[in-house]
Write a protein that binds this ligand. Structure first.
Ligand code: KIV
Length: 292
């Protein structure tokens, strides 16, 4: 997006996201977890920022998304909302923060809206979560669904595999999408489903689909920030495209800094503070008088 267009942006709201689908305009979403990154992504013109529970992996180094807590996600979400002016901020509800009861789901969602100033929440699950979605929406909180590969169910799914390859599974995912739409979700993430299935779901729904590994026909796309910028090198998912290799740039810059410290090329006078010669002389005199 050209800079003048970014500068003229209006705050993105749920209605703007729905209007984009109606106009056939694509929607961009990226994950963000901290203040400065959120500020950069917002200034770059992305439509929605997702404070994803992928933070468990890419920020905290866990092997899956399950361990992250509501408190930690609230901290990440507050940092992102403080850095963000235009994009719509969605908070991911952590594992087990909405599964126990509908009341628990409403209470957790409410904390993200009241304490961290998120504008919507995202939760995983289709038909089995539809009533929970309905109740959260009834309490005035916009909900984004998430179906297909649902990483919080990794132990049940037995790994991170493409979902919906058989007709039985595909019908199930379509039913999940319909149930979420009917329950009042404003949008749905489709993760790792075959592109033709995502296209069919996108055509059948009036709410926008946001794909990750779901092909080009979704109404929008979401990626994990670290995958997009080459910050996470343990593995590169097939659906990710590297737009930069910031990880390599960080390593090169830090190696140069460490080298400069060793050789005393850093800091120079330019990066140091001086004091008046008279003060220095006074100091020398006073410290010389002190007993050793
Ligand atoms: O947590 C996350 O980053 C997500 C996206 C992959 C959609 O849920």
């Amino acid at each position: 997006m050209p800079q003048e267009q970014i500068d003229k942006r209006k705050k993105i709201r749920i209605a703007s996201i729905l209007a984009k689908k109606e106009r056939g305009e694509k929607i961009s979403m990226l994950t963000a977890y901290d203040f400065y990154t959120a500020k950069l992504l917002d200034q770059a013109g992305v439509d929605m920022l997702l404070v994803g529970d992928s933070a468990a992996m890419v920020i905290h180094g866990h092997k899956n998304t399950l361990p992250i807590t509501t408190e930690t996600m609230l901290d990440h979400t507050s940092a992102v909302t403080r850095g963000c002016r235009y994009a719509l901020v969605i908070a991911d509800l952590p594992f087990m923060s909405y599964h126990i009861s509908k009341e628990q789901a409403i209470a957790t969602s409410g904390r993200f809206i009241k304490e961290a100033l998120a504008e919507a929440v995202k939760l995983e699950g289709g038909q089995r979560m539809a009533e929970t979605v309905r109740r959260i929406v009834q309490s005035g909180i916009p909900v984004m669904g998430h179906i297909g590969l649902t990483p919080q169910a990794v132990n049940q799914l037995g790994g991170y595999r493409v979902q919906g390859k058989s007709s039985r599974e595909a019908i199930e995912i379509l039913e999940d999408a319909r149930a979420l739409e009917e329950a009042g979700a404003y949008s749905i993430v489709l993760e790792c489903v075959p592109a033709p299935l995502a296209a069919l779901i996108t055509e059948r729904l009036t709410i926008p689909t946001i794909g990750i590994g779901a092909g080009v026909h979704c109404d929008g796309q979401v990626q994990v920030f670290h995958d997009l910028l080459g910050l996470f090198s343990d593995f590169v998912p097939k659906h990710a495209r590297r737009y930069a290799n910031i990880g390599d740039e960080i390593k090169a810059a830090v190696a140069e800094y460490a080298g400069d410290v060793q050789t005393q090329a850093f800091p120079t006078d330019k990066e140091s503070f001086t004091m008046k010669q008279s003060v220095l002389e006074e100091l020398a005199e006073q410290t010389a008088q002190q007993p050793a």
